[in-house]
Each structure stands twice: as C-alpha cells, then as structure tokens.
Design a protein. Structure first.
Length: 104
C-alpha cells in the first residue's frame, strides 16, 4: 500500500512542480522569454505562480497538466494488469487422514 501511495504522491508532485517548470524551460528556449504582466522577462516562479492561480480558478487545462503524470501511470498500470499473464489459482485440496487396514 505504501509503495502505491509513494508512486501516486511522486506523480502528483511531478505534475504540480516539475511539468510546469519543464514547460517554462522549453518554452523559454524555443518561444522566448515568459511575459508576466509588464515584466517581459519573468522567471519560472512567475509561471509557477500563474499555474497555481489557474488551478485555483479550476481551469481544465491546468488540471490536465497537473494530473497528467498520475493519469499516465494509472493507464500504464491498468494496461499491465490486462496484458500480464494471470497465474492459475492453485486449489488446496483437503487431505483426509486415513488409517491402514492392517492397523485396525
């Protein structure tokens, strides 16, 4: 149980912190600096702040980014459970005690 909780918490933390910061980094390199109001060269913390404001307002696109790693892990686990060969159920037949006829 604790392993699954650790994986879920890690995926949620990645979705809330690492994915927005990676988005800022890639966008900053490809599209140019992030603009925040009048600040034309806002840093990653400005984007992270805007991201959490978007989450607070319930914007669906922000929630897709935040929950994306968790959903990907969930789909991967379900797919693995569906394709993994199932082990046969071993029946444990009851062994009845017997007495040899010559010992009666």
């Amino acid at each position: 149980m604790s392993r699954e909780l650790f994986i879920f918490g890690s995926a949620l933390l990645i979705g809330l912190i690492a994915v927005p910061l990676a988005t800022w980094f890639v966008g900053n390199r490809i599209l140019g600096p992030y603009t925040h109001g009048t600040n034309t060269h806002a840093g990653p913390m400005a984007l992270l702040g805007d991201f959490f404001v978007g989450l607070g307002h319930g914007e669906i696109s922000y929630w897709v980014v935040a929950l994306g790693p968790t959903v990907i892990i969930l789909f991967a686990r379900v797919a693995w459970a569906l394709i993994k060969p199932r082990s046969p159920v071993k029946s444990n037949p009851r062994i009845e005690p017997t007495v040899a006829k010559d010992r009666l």
